[in-house]
Design a protein around this ligand. Structure first.
Ligand code: NDP
Length: 244
């Protein structure tokens, strides 16, 4: 029997992009998914498409209590939680000289604190039950920095650090995977408002080589389908045409 059959998976940032594609794929594979994001209309629509195998809770990952409530929704609806995909993230890239402080604060809150809150919401539960899977979504920007990515990269390096720390502190119980995607087609780039960075990125032509979000969903599935004996620590997945 597949390791994914009846696996209870919590996914943050499930209203679009990787989170939404992962939810669809995982339900096809037999998982029970509990979806979190802020846009309730999107979550409701996705849940009605996925049927009894999906539940949702409106979640702002900046709020610890929302992540606790999301995990509780999985326990109340499906009888437990086996995995969390800390996927919610934003990417309002900007130059340091532009001083877009609110965007920096927002990225730090969503991309770092959101992952920490999600991890803490399941950590003791996983330790007590003796198993659990955590998939964190970093970025290739968490492996190298480009002009305009300083703050976003800092948050994504932090996701790597949180993944490593979680792996060490869970003493071989929790399977922790950190995924580092390159350019894939989602709504993420819409949050970039700094004109200088938009121009820079247009020149790099990433939009033209970006690959479908479903490919990243497949790597999330790969991390989750491993049995307890095996952990996939890191996955870098990028368009072949994207330099790295
Ligand atoms: P999308 O913009 O399509 O999805 C982002 C998701 O995060 C949405 O569901 C959004 O939902 C959710 N989100 C944003 N802010 C919050 C918040 N405060 N609380 C809860 N949910 C929130 O982009 P992607 O699918 O691309 O992004 C998913 C992850 O992948 C991110 O961490 C991103 O940094 C990372 N990534 C993406 C790459 C790409 O090329 N697409 C490359 C490398 C990494 P809502 O607005 O409804 O709350």
């Amino acid at each position: 029997m597949s390791n994914l059959k009846d696996l209870k998976v919590v996914i943050t940032g499930a209203s679009s992009g990787f989170g939404m594609e992962a939810a669809k794929l995982l339900v096809k594979e037999g998982c029970k998914v509990t979806l979190g994001a802020r846009r309730e209309d999107r979550l409701k629509e996705l849940c009605s498409e996925l049927g009894d195998s999906a539940a949702y809770s409106v979640t702002d990952v900046k709020k610890k209590e929302d992540l606790d409530a999301l995990v509780k929704t999985s326990i109340d609806t499906f009888g437990g939680v086996d995995a969390i995909v800390n996927n919610a993230g934003i990417m309002p890239l900007s130059l340091i000289k532009s001083g877009r402080i609110e965007e920096w604060d927002d990225m730090i809150d969503v991309n770092i604190k959101g992952v920490l809150y999600g991890t803490n919401a399941v950590f003791n539960h996983f330790m007590n039950q003796g198993h659990g899977k955590i998939v964190n979504i970093s970025s290739v920007a968490g492996k190298r920095v480009n002009p305009g990515t300083a703050v976003y990269s800092a948050t994504k390096y932090a996701v790597d650090a949180i993944s490593q720390g979680t792996r060490m502190e869970s003493a071989g119980v929790i399977q922790v995977t950190c995924i580092f995607p390159g350019a894939f087609v989602t709504e993420l780039a819409k949050s970039v408002k700094d004109e200088a960075v938009i121009e820079m990125f247009m020149k790099r032509g990433l939009g033209k080589i970006a690959q479908p979000a479903e490919k990243v969903a497949l790597s999330i599935k790969y991390a989750l389908e491993q049995d307890q004996g095996v952990s996939i620590n890191d996955i870098i997945i990028r368009p072949t045409a994207q330099e790295m």
